[in-house]
Ligand binder design. Structure first.
Ligand SMILES: [Fe+2]
Length: 499
């Protein structure tokens, strides 16, 4: 098809499928043809993808099958790897803001051409739009709906729609894949399948992914439904957090770890995994996005067997991350170029369908909490939810909405001071909201759907659907509105002014 006999080279796309027809992987490999002999060529086996977008550039990341020194040509400049590597992260800078650039990736004797647009200068306040979703782990129905990790059927439709609508970026908050494995190789294959699904679109716009409860590699002792499970160690190389950071290129401006918190069993040893690339912030024009991880150091069995093992509880924001959040929000409140803050976290503060028994509610039982060095921490899950809301609602008037997932549906919840948010027997302190705020849940990126449940705050729910959904957030100076679209049918699910 591509005249490989004369060109002396070509590219083969392939799929690995089980005997039963289940997908395992799809990829490409280049070949050379010379003197009637075939050989494997230098090939881009993943990417290139645009990330860390800013006013004067971005980082282009990709993987090659062989170690080599690759380069990127852009705007008359060339940026090259320092060493011959397989995993490439090439930082582009010195470009003009808010401008479309063609870029050429050169690897060995081969090259590929794409484009991206630099971010506008902070506080320009030109209209733009970004997209939000989460929860794309494999669904029911087989085929590409269950592509060894993700539901690539829906992921590709979501990514294509975001690119077509010219989203500035796509925020994707957790449960990209099925995960829940005790094998690093297994989860790495699943991450690769997710990245391959967004790849044709990530050449042009950033897809910023972070961790949920499925991005988990753990030790598992077989007892009970989840057994007894905990994050793998040594944390620097084996933890869920370390493997995630190896696969994604995110900002490293987040908290360090839970070391040096008041619960740290030793201040001379590393006792917790890193927050690097799984909790962070980024900005685009007059918007700040704060990305949190409520499944840090996650021990999946903690809910069923509190205290049997150390670890963090699904949905719980631990102390150091919370104090980092408070500082970060105060910084953006003071920053004059920022008008709107979005906070995104995998687990809703207020579940509405599928996770009333956990997230930040646990059926109204505050007793659930992390265990560190054999002891429970001071604050339970509902008290910690309130600490979190105090920061993002009462202390941060710029915060527009909390963007969540975990529950495989879409809805917008409005909470104000009249909403019931405590169990009937609650005797502890209650939070007093200084203003109404929104929780936008969109876990409708392809995971098996969850229907609506009735909870104390259900009157505030708008637009609930189990259709696949992509949320578009339109920012125009002081105004913010959302448009929610089904990526399969293009039906408009909801339009709503937020500000
Ligand atoms: Fe989840």
């Amino acid at each position: 098809m591509i005249n490989w006999v004369n060109n002396g080279k070509g590219l083969i796309g392939y799929r690995v499928i089980t005997k039963e027809g289940d997908f395992i992987f799809e990829g490409e490999i280049g070949f050379r043809y010379k003197n009637n002999q075939f050989s494997i060529d230098n090939t881009l086996i993943e990417g290139p993808a645009v990330t860390l977008l800013n006013e004067e550039g971005a980082t282009i990341y990709f993987t090659t099958n062989n170690p080599l020194k690759a380069s990127v040509n852009v705007g008359g400049k060339t940026f090259t790897d320092k060493n011959a590597v397989k995993i490439h992260e090439i930082k582009l800078d010195g470009l003009e803001s808010n401008k479309k650039y063609n870029y050429e990736v050169i690897y060995g004797d081969n090259s590929l051409n794409y484009s991206f647009k630099t971010a506008p200068k902070a506080g320009t306040r030109e209209p733009f739009m970004f997209a939000y979703t989460s929860d794309s782990r494999g669904g029911n129905g087989g085929g590409e709906r269950d592509f060894y990790g993700p539901n690539t059927y829906i992921v590709k439709k979501i990514a294509a729609l975001a690119k077509y609508k010219e989203a500035a970026f796509v925020q994707f908050t957790g449960d990209l894949i099925g995960g829940y494995t005790n094998s690093a190789a297994d989860i790495e294959l699943q991450y690769s399948n997710w990245k391959k699904a967004v790849e044709p679109f990530a050449h042009y716009i950033p897809f910023i992914a972070t961790m949920g409860n499925h991005e988990v590699v753990s030790y598992k002792f077989p007892k009970g439904r989840y057994g007894i499970t905990m994050d793998k160690f040594p944390f620097e190389t084996e933890s869920s957090e370390a493997i995630f950071a190896k696969h994604f290129v995110n900002p490293t401006n987040g908290p360090v770890s839970e070391d040096n918190s008041k619960y740290d069993p030793s201040n001379t040893t590393v006792d917790f995994p890193s927050y690097s690339e799984n909790a962070f912030y980024y900005t685009y024009d007059n918007v700040a996005m704060v990305v949190l991880n409520s499944n840090y150091w996650y021990a999946p069995s903690l809910k069923k067997s509190q205290g049997l093992i150390d670890g963090n509880l699904h949905g719980y924001i631990m102390d150091n991350q919370l104090s980092w959040l408070e500082k970060t929000m105060a910084m953006f409140e003071k920053e004059s170029s920022i008008d709107h803050i979005f906070v995104t976290i995998h687990t809703p503060a207020f579940p509405n369908g599928g996770h009333s028994g956990d997230d930040m509610w646990y059926s109204g039982k505050n007793s659930y909490r992390p265990y560190i060095a054999g002891s429970p921490v001071e604050k339970g899950i509902i008290e910690r939810r309130d600490d979190f809301l105090e920061i993002i609602v009462n202390k941060s008037p710029k915060t527009v909405a909390l963007l969540t997932g975990d529950e495989h549906n879409f809805n917008v919840l409005t909470i104000d001071k009249s909403t019931t948010i405590y169990p009937e027997d609650w005797t502890k302190k209650k939070i007093e909201f200084s203003r109404p705020f929104y929780q936008i849940n969109n876990g409708a990126a392809g995971a098996p759907y969850y229907a609506q449940e009735i909870l104390p705050w259900s009157n505030g729910v708008d637009g609930f659907t189990t259709q696949n959904a992509l949320v578009f957030v339109y920012v125009d100076g002081k105004n913010v509105k959302i448009e929610v679209i089904n990526p399969v049918t293009f039906d408009v699910i909801l339009e709503k002014d937020l500000r």
